[in-house]
Design a binder for this molecule. Structure first.
Ligand SMILES: [Zn+2]
Length: 211
């Protein structure tokens, strides 16, 4: 996944100029390569159909996700994140739901899904951190599963912002947005994270975005 500006004309112009570099290799540039499957986005009237691009060098394809889409997803991510963080601090789903103004069943569902994949999510973000960062210190295991997951996401966040600058590249400045960006919005979606987590530049499951 590559985050791009909202204006599709500018995106096309950058693609045709060879002005968009490939995140999967060194020196490769992206060219237009069809469109990804339309995806509904909360708060938007019509589904968004993101552009796809293919590297002229390494031939890896990427979904070009407009930054607003990321941010719109990140709004939900911020809530999910707040719930997970509260859980890590020892709160139960009832007080969390009450504080966030979200139905208890929704919060319970998030926590259940997150708990079931905690190890995989932790490994994914540690891989992002180690791949992105320089001399990344892998967080030590804490007392709780939830603490471990959060520590891994924070490590990824730290590595990404240290390398690319705050708000650069992913358009993500908070740990929650990093969680969303690095998981392409699939933090709690079925089939995520993919295994193995060897290419954090393209975390989108290729099967989900067939042209
Ligand atoms: Zn490439």
């Amino acid at each position: 996944m590559v985050t791009v500006e909202v204006d599709p004309v500018r995106v096309e112009s950058r693609l045709s100029r060879g002005d968009m570099s490939c995140p999967s290799c060194t020196g490769g540039v992206l060219a237009g390569w069809g469109f990804a499957r339309p995806r509904p986005v909360a708060g938007m009237a019509a589904p968004v159909r993101p552009r796809r691009a293919r590297c002229r060098g390494c031939a890896v394809t990427h979904v070009l996700l407009p930054v607003t889409l990321l941010l719109r997803r990140a709004y939900l991510a911020e809530l999910i994140w707040a719930a997970l963080a509260a859980k890590a601090r020892g709160h139960g789903h009832r007080p969390i739901a009450q504080r966030l103004g979200i139905p208890r069943s929704t919060v319970r569902g998030w926590l259940r899904v997150a708990a079931a994949r905690a190890d995989a999510v932790r490994s994914w973000f540690l891989a992002v951190a180690v791949t992105t960062g320089v001399d990344v210190a892998v967080p030590r295991t804490t007392e709780s599963v939830w603490g471990d997951v959060l520590a891994a996401v924070h490590a990824a966040h730290g590595a990404i912002t240290a390398r690319f600058g705050r708000s650069a590249v992913l358009g993500a400045v908070t740990a929650a947005q990093v969680a969303v960006a690095a998981s392409a919005g699939r933090l709690l979606s079925p089939g995520w994270p993919p295994v193995p987590a060897s290419d954090p530049a393209t975390p989108v499951d290729p099967a989900a975005d067939k042209r």
